[in-house]
Write a protein that binds this ligand. Structure first.
Ligand code: NAD
Length: 334
């Protein structure tokens, strides 16, 4: 199949070309994000390969369908950027990579916790500057602390396992409880998790029910000085509410790998530009905040698995075989 790959970085190209070797797929790589303006680039292609910040709303999908696109292969797990109803109406199949390496994201999550707690970024800069003082680098032991994991799917359950291994008391919350995860912690209602946890880490998808689930009211329910981590999707958190929480000291540490307005920032080198997003730049001013630019998935293992599954998804579509990784409204409702 002829595939237009959007939001291409050098690493996408390297891993996708390796995975497509020996198949009949012809991949054409485009650097721009998929938007209503760039959708025309996909005219004449059978398939589009898209990533987390590509826009696949009704208008874009309509333009893709007009140009002959029959399938969208997402090279990610999340699909909150796709209008599934419009896709179904237009006869465009949407495929995704439901699992690649939950370890990549869970390990990055733990990395953010350790970096925040032990002030690693400040310590690194200090030592390089010849400043060997320990003043204000005081951390706490994870052992014995209470960690709350919200969403215990693939990534949340690995995170719970790792936190359990650190000796944390692990509290779990999910709308669907997972038997296997009970060996890492105890399921409790969300309010109880927020009230009792020293660390709260988010691992649920962005859906209407989880949009801004961490708002002023949720933050008020948390322990004073809580550590909040979000490696899932930016809009799980109301950023303004979190900034207020940081200013008041209610939130003691914040680790983000995602941001609700990240589409205009992340994955690009903007170091020579003035960042216009005042909410984001305010976040960067806090000494107890670490932001990484949606890199939790970014391991060699994960990229190999993403590329392999993306190509397998396209092959399954081309051969008319069962689409194990299709995202459809019916399947989401089940
Ligand atoms: P998953 O589908 O395996 O697990 C998600 C879990 O969230 C499920 O158990 C589901 O029941 C639960 N859930 C759904 N609604 C909920 C609610 N209202 N409250 C609590 N739990 C709820 O997904 P996953 O692979 O573990 O991914 C989790 C999140 O991580 C997704 O949002 C995904 O987009 C994000 N992600 C981020 C990166 C990154 O690089 N930062 C990479 C991969 C995935």
């Amino acid at each position: 199949m002829n595939v237009a790959v959007f939001s291409t970085k050098t690493y996408d190209r390297r891993f996708l070309e390796a995975a497509a070797g020996g198949t009949s797929h012809s991949l054409h790589f485009y650097e721009p994000r998929l938007t209503i303006e760039t959708a025309l680039l996909a005219r004449g292609y059978d398939a589009v390969c898209a990533f987390v910040n590509d826009r696949l709303d009704g208008d874009v999908l309509a333009r893709l369908a007009e140009g002959g696109v029959r399938v969208v292969a997402l090279r990610c797990a999340g699909f909150n950027n796709v209008d599934l109803q419009a896709a179904a109406r237009l006869g465009i199949k949407v495929l995704r990579v439901p699992a690649y390496s939950p370890y990549a994201v869970a390990e990055h999550t733990i990395g953010l916790m350790l970096a925040l707690n032990r002030c690693l970024t400040r310590a690194y800069s200090r030592v390089r500057d010849g400043n060997f003082s320990l003043e204000s680098l005081l951390g706490f032991d994870l052992q014995g602390r209470t960690a709350g994991v919200v969403g215990t799917g693939q990534i949340g359950s690995v995170t719970a396992h790792l936190l359990h291994a650190f000796g944390c008391r692990v509290l779990l919350y999910d709308v669907i409880e997972d038997e296997a995860c009970r060996s890492h912690g105890q399921y409790v209602p969300l309010d109880g998790l927020l009230a009792e946890s020293d660390i709260v880490t988010l691992h649920c998808p962005l859906v209407p029910a989880t949009h801004h689930m961490i708002d002023d009211a949720a933050i008020a329910r948390m322990k004073r000085g809580v550590m909040l981590i979000n490696t899932s999707r930016g809009a799980l958190i109301d950023t303004q509410a979190v900034i207020a929480g940081l200013k008041s000291g209610q939130i003691g540490y914040l680790g983000l790998d995602v941001y609700e307005e990240e589409a205009d920032l992340f994955f690009e080198d903007l170091s020579g530009r003035v960042i216009q997003d005042d909410v984001f730049t305010r976040l960067l001013t806090f000494p107890n905040v670490i932001v990484t630019a949606h890199q939790a998935f970014f391991t060699r293992d994960a990229l190999e698995a993403i590329a392999r599954t993306t190509i397998d998804n396209l092959t399954a579509f081309e051969s008319g075989g069962p689409l194990a990784n299709e995202v459809s409204i019916e399947r989401i409702k089940r």
